[in-house]
Design a protein around this ligand. Structure first.
Ligand code: ADP
Ligand code: DP6
Length: 397
């Protein structure tokens, strides 16, 4: 019996306007709209291959080489929705193989740590849904498919697009208008770069799903955030992206990260995602912007202590003069910079920064960081000829 396969890669996205709070837990409908930047897949990506055949006896998933349960309610929702869309096209064309009735084998690999606060669930569900949509040859748009990824993990819907992406919260109870849309493609503002300071690669304490439920249930500040703060910020941030206004974009990004973490702290009992290292990185960024009397860097933190710093290519040397100085002992610099580049950063620090800095550096700060990931804005899911499934057995290679 024939085995049909399809493969795709999908990116990580890091929100600049955070999704935090659900109005419907089963459908993953948010209490506010959000915005993110999609990151380049050479640095952070999920590769997912899927196969289906009349001969398969059960749905199976292998994640990073290990069998993983597919019984979770969220994954089941995604599979069901995709099968429904497939059966719709099968009903119109009797020559199509009845894939909607067959079991699936799914094999996936993340090229970065899973469940470590680096948005593996976003890339993972986006890749899973896209790969199956491709296998089923679904004609639906990316926004339409994003609604299915959303049911897997809310933030995953934004990984269906490259560049700058909004998740419109929608208002329909069935979630039919809660979808991702492109704010601007990567080519609109390709100079956006990101440096991720991996503060902890451990599994996180409070998963985002339960963390946000707890905030919705207990924080007073949260109500102010969703009613008055985010709706205005959503429009402002889209405009800042349209205008390529980094100063505005950066301030909104930093304020929104702070606002989200404030609602975590205002939950009862409080949730702490940022740690001492995270807070010192916040301070460092403000010191850098003050030093240059210009906003050249924005920090943002998800449901964990890792820092994501957004900056523009044109300010790289100015920013790295500081950041490389503080974190030079951490690994990751040589992935993007030559020895010559790194010496130039040190030179800028020595000749320009050091004689003028009016603040003390925490020379130990690098000890709280395990590595630096240097990346930039990137495209959405990509087709690939790489396949993790053996096309004659239907099992992982
Ligand atoms: P993260 O901060 O990395 O998003 P989460 O704990 O929120 O961590 O999500 C991790 C979970 O996401 C994993 O346990 C798994 O269920 C799912 N996941 C991660 N990567 C993939 C993938 N490539 N394919 C399918 N599911 C994935
Ligand atoms: C802080 O998308 O992981 O990263 O929908 O429950 O799977 P679930 O949550 P998830 O939450 C992401 C929270 C965030 C902010 C964001 O990405 O917008």
């Amino acid at each position: 019996m024939s085995i049909y396969t399809a493969s795709t890669t999908a990116p990580v996205n890091i929100a600049t306007l955070k999704y935090w709070g659900k109005r419907d837990k089963t459908l993953n409908l948010p209490t506010n709209s959000s915005i993110s930047v999609t990151l380049a897949q050479e640095d952070l990506r999920t590769l997912t291959s899927v196969a289906t055949s009349e001969s398969f006896t059960e749905d199976q998933l292998w994640l990073n080489g290990q069998p993983e349960s597919l019984q979770g309610e969220r994954t089941q929702h995604c599979l069901q929705d995709l099968r429904n869309l497939r059966s719709r096209i099968e009903a119109q064309d009797s020559s199509l193989p009845r894939m909607s009735q067959w079991k699936l084998h799914i094999v996936s690999e993340n090229n970065f740590p899973t469940a470590a606060g680096l948005a593996s669930s976003a890339a993972g569900f986006a890749a899973l849904v896209m790969a199956i949509a491709k296998l089923y040859q679904l004609p639906d748009s990316h926004s339409e498919i994003s609604k299915i990824a959303r049911k897997g993990s809310g933030s995953a819907c934004r990984s269906l697009f490259g560049g700058y992406v909004a998740w419109e919260m929608g208002s329909e109870p069935d979630g039919s208008d809660s979808k991702a849309v492109e704010v601007a493609p990567q080519s609109h503002w390709p100079e956006m770069k990101a440096a991720i300071l991996v503060v902890s690669a451990d599994r996180k304490d409070t998963p985002s799903t339960s963390g946000m439920q707890h905030t919705v249930a207990t924080s007073d500040l949260f109500q102010e955030r969703i009613r008055n703060v985010v709706p205005k910020r959503f429009e402002e941030m889209k405009q800042a992206i349209q205008d390529r206004d980094f100063t505005r974009f950066a301030e909104l990004t930093m304020r929104d990260s702070n606002s989200f973490h404030a609602t975590c702290l205002d939950s009862f009992p409080p949730i702490f995602y940022m740690n001492d290292t995270s807070r010192k990185i916040v301070k460092l960024c403000h010191q850098i912007n003050a030093f240059y009397d210009e906003t050249i860097v924005a920090y943002t933190f998800d449901a964990g202590p890792n820092a994501v710093l957004y900056y523009l290519q044109e300010n790289e040397a100015k920013l790295m003069a500081f950041v490389h100085h503080v974190f030079q002992k951490n690994s990751g610099w040589d992935t993007k910079f030559s020895q010559n580049d790194l010496e130039k950063f040190s030179e800028v620090f020595k000749t320009r920064v050091a004689p003028e800095v009016a603040f003390e550096f925490d020379e130990e700060l690098y000890k709280g960081v395990s590595r630096v990931i240097l990346t930039q804005v990137g495209p959405g899911p990509q087709d690939t000829t790489e396949c993790l499934i053996n096309k004659s057995t239907g099992y992982p290679n």
